[in-house]
Design a binder for this molecule. Structure first.
Ligand SMILES: C[S@@+](CC[C@H](N)C(=O)[O-])C[C@H]1O[C@@H](n2cnc3c(N)ncnc32)[C@H](O)[C@@H]1O
Length: 244
């Protein structure tokens, strides 16, 4: 479904600036009805209050989320396996260090470098390898950290069944500094778009790590699990016949 030109103008001139205080880093694609406005609102709200000294983004691609992160962070480190990301974006951001490589290789190196500097990242956004095994690997590196201050981890595409499976498999409870996890902090979408009809994408999971050791039993929350399950039945991932 194409978005009408008039709606596009409103999105650009009114809605996005009202959400973030700025125009969007990139133009919206007119072919998408899903612009993840609720996710943008979560980013803006979290980051404008957190004002991270150090943020990490795993999976940068277009730079759309990097622009939101870098705007509110003193220092941001972007990881992407695609070397084109660095060459396209490095001149557009003054406070971003671009690392090219698989996060499965470079994320542990980066995290141990930061630990050596005495730095706990305030904010980590995980949006790289979306396979169950891939996202699980990224999270396991993060779960080895012992934070010296509050650390927020946001995970994208928690509504995608494969990605969700990997996030659920992570050893959250084994990190004594993990105090809160909700896979559905911001729920995702069963896509109506022509390009990806009935695929499930989007959704932000949020985890909170604190320097003090957890005293409660950690529950890995799925606050929109019933919505996820209902969407799954209507999705391309469900092999059973769909109701019309
Ligand atoms: C969904 S896109 C990220 C979207 C991005 N946050 C944005 O705002 O446009 C996923 C990105 O992760 C990268 N990626 C996939 N596997 C990766 C891996 N193992 N290590 C690092 N980056 C990876 C891809 O090259 C792609 O750019």
């Amino acid at each position: 479904m194409k978005t009408q030109a008039a709606d596009m103008a409103t999105l650009h001139e009114v809605i996005y600036p009202a959400l973030t205080g700025n125009r969007r880093f990139l133009d919206f694609s007119p072919n998408s009805v899903h612009f993840a406005h609720s996710e943008t609102a979560v980013f803006q709200s979290l980051l404008s209050n957190l004002r991270p000294a150090c943020s990490i983004e795993v999976g940068t691609e277009t730079g759309a989320t990097l622009a939101l992160i870098a705007r509110h962070s003193t220092r941001t480190i972007s990881i992407d396996i695609d070397p084109g990301v660095k060459s396209r974006l490095q001149d557009k951001f003054e406070n971003v260090e671009f690392i090219t490589g698989s996060s499965h290789d470079v994320l542990p190196v980066l995290l141990s470098r930061l630990t050596g500097e005495g730095v706990t990242p305030d904010f980590i956004f995980v949006d790289g390898d979306h396979s169950a095994a891939g996202v699980l690997k990224d999270l396991e590196f993060i779960l080895k950290l012992t934070p010296t201050k509050q650390m927020i981890v946001l995970m994208h595409d928690t509504f995608n069944p494969g990605c969700r499976q990997g996030i659920l498999a992570a050893s959250w409870t084994r990190n004594p500094h993990c105090h809160f996890v909700d896979l559905d902090f911001c729920p995702g979408v069963l896509h109506p778009d022509d390009s990806c009809t009935r695929q499930m994408w989007g959704g932000l999971g949020l985890a909170v790590f604190l320097p003090q050791v957890r005293k409660h039993t950690l529950e890995v929350k799925q606050t929109h699990r019933l919505t996820f399950e209902a969407a799954f039945l209507q999705s391309v991932y469900n092999r059973a016949p769909r109701s019309r």
